[in-house]
Design a protein around this ligand. Sequence first.
Ligand SMILES: Cc1cc2nc3c(=O)[nH]c(=O)nc-3n(C[C@H](O)[C@H](O)[C@H](O)COP(=O)(O)OP(=O)(O)OC[C@H]3O[C@@H](n4cnc5c(N)ncnc54)[C@H](O)[C@@H]3O)c2cc1C
Length: 473
Amino acid sequence: MLPLTHREGDMGFNAFAEADLACLRDLVGEARVSTGRSNLELHSMDETHHRGFLPDVVVWPNNTEEVSRILAMANDRRIPVTPWGAGTSTEGNPVPVHKGIVLDFQQMDKIVAVRPESFQVDVQPGIKYQDMNKALSRYGLFFAPDPGANATIGGMVANNASGIRTIKYGATKDNVLKLEVVLPTGEVIRTGTLAHKCSSAYDLVHLFVGSEGTLGIITEATLRLAGIPEKYSAAIVHFESVEDATKTVYEIMGSGLQPAALELLDEDTVKVVNEEGHLGLKETPVLFIEFTGASEESLREDLKKTKEICSGNQAVRFEPGVGRDERNRLWEARHKTYEFIKRHNPGLSFLVVDTAVPIAHYAAIVEFARRVVQKYGIRGYFLGHAGDGNLHLVVAGNFDDAGYAERVDRANEEIVCQAVSLGGTATGEHGVGIGKRKFMVQEHGSSLRVMRRIKALFDPNGILNPGKIFPEE
Ligand SMILES: Cc1cc2nc3c(=O)[nH]c(=O)nc-3n(C[C@H](O)[C@H](O)[C@H](O)COP(=O)(O)OP(=O)(O)OC[C@H]3O[C@@H](n4cnc5c(N)ncnc54)[C@H](O)[C@@H]3O)c2cc1C
């Protein structure tokens, strides 16, 4: 396990007392409050390499009113509150580092209203996006952001999650219209509109999106939906080298083509996917490319143009026209890549490097990261939402070995710093959590001071998800 780099100092919180427990039981009833060891452990860490922390208590609220009362009480008594979705974050985002109350939204998982004619749905935060999409399919609609793991909408909004479809449909932030949010005082606000365009006053919706539960707690979200595409086509393209593959990404994006997904896997990752997912792919660096649309003819044109670009970049094999079944099998394997890597490396721990750069620098960051992996002699698997300039590198190893953990930490740091210095970001989609706090000064400079003021305005007592986003001063 990598060392926790932040100070666990006193932030002026009060220790959680018997009287606080009694108060929570009064507010929501005994059955939805737990101090049982197994429940505390289940809410102590996400899918992270960071150290876990047990909260004092877990509460499962049922409605906005309860959330409001719990926050007002915690704010009065200076007790930390950390919201919890499905716990699939990879940077320690929902880990209750200062203990206190974890609010688990599992029971607030309803679809409140669907307005298919306006492409909108209102949902509670605990609904899992895959369950929501299943329910929406009867309207021929879906919520496009797709983080792979079965995350909740609350967690996706709070982390501004994205995934393989972001290249066409945008990240979560591009698909949230309105939010109901509870502030630490217990005040409930509704912000945003049902219009798909809006230039009205300060954009609070997008202040809450990506704020990782540090400014307010989302109790309802209005999401923008897309029509389920009628036709799909996909291609798997093999290259001699990662450099050829990344150059191709840049050219596809500059050609006017609009892929619905454009994913890169390096040779080692393809090997794992083959072995664990039984795919039988040629073991070279690979691009998975998908187009969606209304007519087969336009999709054929897209593939033709894509093939020309790939050939110009020394593609060694181009497998076009993958049918729907094959395409589904492929995407399932892509979604499960992290799981496959874990299965392939039993007993080891994992760190997922997540950075994004301007597309013109994608080849450079991939090349840089590959050199860093070699330099530190660590085991790394490259995969990325290449079309968005988003690089993921899954590093496997025994992090209890202090020497190895130190090398992984340094490799992560070098790659992230390089991405930021190329004009990119410390995190393309996983959020800051605990792990990316140390890069915030380099990335945001003096605007970090403004962010601190915003935090102090919304949450003057600092009770909401403390120990995240901001580096210690
Ligand atoms: C295998 C795997 C693959 C992944 N792939 C991707 C990917 O492709 N793209 C991507 O973006 N992410 C990916 N992730 C990361 C993760 O799935 C996303 O960040 C996801 O959005 C987290 O959602 P969650 O419901 O698990 O939230 P949690 O992890 O429980 O919480 C996330 C954050 O949201 C806060 N929060 C939760 N609920 C609320 C609420 N109601 N109000 C306010 N704050 C709240 C929490 O405090 C925390 O800060 C992956 C993770 C795994 C394990």
